[in-house]
Design a protein around this ligand. Structure first.
Ligand code: GLU
Length: 551
């Protein structure tokens, strides 16, 4: 009996050889220097911050080298699969304009290196496993869960490194005849890779982020095919797929670095060249004074849907990630404000070697900047798109009178130093509600009076203003009139004079403006008061003043 008999018994219907597959997946014929990357999520739920971080690197390095960025669904862990996750993943990539060049989705395949869904590649894996069995580099293992648990307990008490290695790799010593007999008897088995490494030896591993590392050789006989469904494990599928699909750079989470020695060994067993690796850092956050890993379960900002729900412009999210991907991104962006992030030259060695710190305050700053530069038409469109999915109230406000809405959001916009108070579209409602009479009159609100709180004095100011001084025809005239009123009522119209001797006045022009502002909006801080008043118009101003007097 030979290894071939064993391989034929396990895979009787597999007739294609690995050479056949080599022919089916020829070189990609790309210009020299082109990099092929892939985003390879398991469809188990939302894309997380770490996932988008990787996809962004994949996309950037593929695009800047005229290479290929493809999407592969790694769905070999059927128990963890979540229905609809592929849709969420595709939606998120599309939302951020990280559209893969090759993918398979909704029954449609784009690209010649598919199938791009691992569960559809079973036959391919089987051919490759069959080959390994034939050359003696893989074998069936019949150890059940209890035996493996016992092995681990023994290793623990003996203080031996855990795992199926050396003398613990019992089934590696079964003869071909014994293995064949067990299979014929219907015993359950997995297939393990037969490692040839020595854990005491180190080898050089070049991680493009961390530089040269010296890792221990792998001596564990890793499971490469599970018994249920005969599906491959991640380790094996990674080797076969990234070889056949001609991935040149594998960008994946740091948690996979300890498995790299296994992968390298499997590439070697087939005589394939291994891809280059970039193991990405953990994404960290500041929690009080400590830094910790962002948690998928605890931190809502870990899920990419969080940013869409709150209405952050996609570019803000991308740029906030770029700043933690490469330490020199911000500097580059400041000197090249008009360039796209894809024009940035990514360098793996400029990635943080420790964790990458994600800061929501920074995201807000980036986002405020981006929104401040939008024209009123752009902000109108973007906010309406967002509201159509996420806010019925804002959508209704916008649609009731689009031009009025545009005028409101245009206050202090489209000018050299635009306002920067909107970080996300969900902020807008809270910044504009007072411009709508039905909300203004019906909302529970507190008037944020400041220095002047006396009712009679407030009424006197409002009456005097509406009777004699209101003039909205021009901003200079408007302001001049307010100053004239100040002089008339005993308030300083000139701030310098006021500061020299505050006791000579009842207050200043700033106090008067605040009274007008609070009376009209209930808020002590708003954008430009003249623009607010112009939009409200004299009649509505009068009505709002009357409400104060009555209240
Ligand atoms: N499916 C793996 C994961 O979701 C992908 C790792 C890789 O990119 O190779 O962690």
């Amino acid at each position: 009996m030979t290894n071939k008999d064993l391989a034929d018994l396990i895979f009787p219907n597999i007739t294609k050889t690995i050479e056949d597959y080599e022919k089916e997946y020829p070189s990609r014929n790309l210009p020299s220097g082109a990099i092929v990357t892939r985003f390879a999520p398991s469809p188990t739920g939302f894309i997380h911050l770490g996932g988008l971080f990787q996809a962004l690197i994949d996309y950037t390095i593929a695009k800047e080298s005229n290479g290929v960025f493809y999407l592969r669904f790694e769905d070999t862990d059927k128990a963890r699969e979540l229905e609809g996750a592929d849709e969420i993943i595709m939606h998120t990539l599309t939302h951020y304009d990280l559209i893969p060049d090759e993918y398979e989705f909704n029954g449609k395949t784009v690209g010649n290196y598919g199938p791009y869904i691992q569960s559809e590649r079973k036959e391919i894996y089987h051919a490759f496993i069959k080959h390994l069995i034939e050359i003696g580099r893989a074998y069936p293992c019949f150890c059940d869960k209890e035996e493996l648990d016992l092995m681990r307990e023994n290793q623990e008490t003996m203080k031996i490194r855990p795992g199926y290695h050396g003398r613990f790799a019992r089934c590696s010593r079964l003869s071909i005849e014994e293995a064949i007999e067990k299979i014929k008897n219907g015993e359950k088995y997995v297939i393990r890779f037969r490692s040839n490494g020595n854990f005491d030896n180190k080898f050089e591993f070049d991680d493009l982020r961390q530089g040269k590392l010296y890792l221990n050789e792998n001596d564990i006989d890793e499971v490469i095919m599970k018994s249920e469904n005969m599906l491959p494990t991640y380790h094996f599928a990674h080797v076969v797929d990234d070889h056949l699909m001609h991935t040149t750079y594998v960008v994946r989470g740091e948690e996979w670095l300890p498995s790299a020695p296994k992968h390298i060994q499997m590439f070697e067993a087939f005589g394939f060249e291994a891809p280059k690796y970039i193991h990405t850092p953990l994404i960290m956050k500041k929690d009080g004074e400590t830094l910790r890993k962002i948690s998928k379960r605890k931190d809502p900002e870990a899920r990419m849907s969080y940013y869409e729900e709150l209405g952050y412009p996609k570019l803000a999210v991308i740029e906030s990630l770029m700043t933690i991907i490469n330490s020199n991104y911000e500097e580059w962006h400041t000197s090249n404000p008009d360039k796209k992030f894809t024009d940035f030259k990514f360098s793996a060695d400029k990635m943080s070697t420790s964790g990458a710190l994600y800061d929501l305050m920074k995201l807000d700053d980036i986002s405020k900047n981006i929104i401040s530069k939008m024209t009123k038409e752009e902000l109108y469109q973007e906010s309406l798109n967002w509201a159509s999915t996420y806010s019925e109230t804002l959508k209704n406000l916008i649609e009731k009178d689009p031009d009025y809405y545009k005028s409101i959001i245009n206050i202090e916009r489209e000018q050299e130093k635009p306002r920067k108070d909107i970080a996300k579209y969900s902020d807008i409602e809270n910044l504009i509600w007072y411009m709508y009479d039905d909300i203004f009159y019906n909302k529970e609100k507190t008037y944020e009076w400041k220095n002047i709180t006396d009712k009679d004095e407030i009424n006197k100011i409002l009456n005097t203003y509406i009777d004699k001084y209101i003039d909205l025809s021009d901003k200079d005239i408007w302001f001049n009139n307010i100053k004239l009123m100040c002089d008339n009522l005993g308030y300083a119209s000139n701030m310098k004079e006021y500061k020299k001797d505050p006791s000579a006045f009842k207050g200043s022009v700033a106090d008067i403006s605040t009274v007008l502002r609070v009376a009209l909006t209930s808020k002590s801080m708003t954008p430009d008061l003249y623009e607010i008043m112009s939009l409200l118009g004299k009649d509505r101003i009068k009505d709002r003043f009357t409400k104060i007097k009555e209240g």
